[in-house]
Design a protein around this ligand. Structure first.
Ligand SMILES: [Zn+2]
Length: 123
């Protein structure tokens, strides 16, 4: 499962931080999850809870920030939100890597990341 491996590596990162800085208690972990990662935040939350169980950060609050997708088109110099298509199954708009102006392939400039944005802790 996609979300489980992401949760594991994020938690590893937090635990490494805790180790390195000799943190006594982690209060909250804030994650940034890009729209283009196709990560289900509820799934991620579930996996995170499973992975952190019985670790030093089990009681920390998990905050997830959704990062909006942005693209840049090298064909027509468009910059901004990508083209979305409506997913009939889930009823949500899914971002594509397509330029809304000229319809050609665009490069993501934001929204493809999944990382630890911040850790709130008691030193
Ligand atoms: Zn374009």
């Amino acid at each position: 499962m996609h979300e489980l491996s992401i949760a594991s590596s994020l938690v590893e990162g937090v635990l490494a931080f805790v180790d390195r800085h000799r943190v006594s208690k982690v209060l909250a972990v804030r994650l940034a999850v890009g729209e283009l990662t196709c990560v289900e935040t509820e799934q991620l939350r579930f996996c995170y809870t499973a992975v952190t169980r019985e670790t030093a950060i089990a009681t920390a609050t998990l905050e997830i920030d959704q990062v909006e997708a942005l693209v840049r088109c090298s064909h027509c110099a468009y910059e901004g939100s990508p083209k979305y298509w409506d997913d009939a199954l889930s009823g949500t708009a899914v971002p594509t890597l397509q330029c809304p102006e000229c319809g050609r392939a665009a490069e993501p400039t934001q929204g493809h990341e999944c990382l630890i944005k911040g850790i709130r802790y008691v030193p």
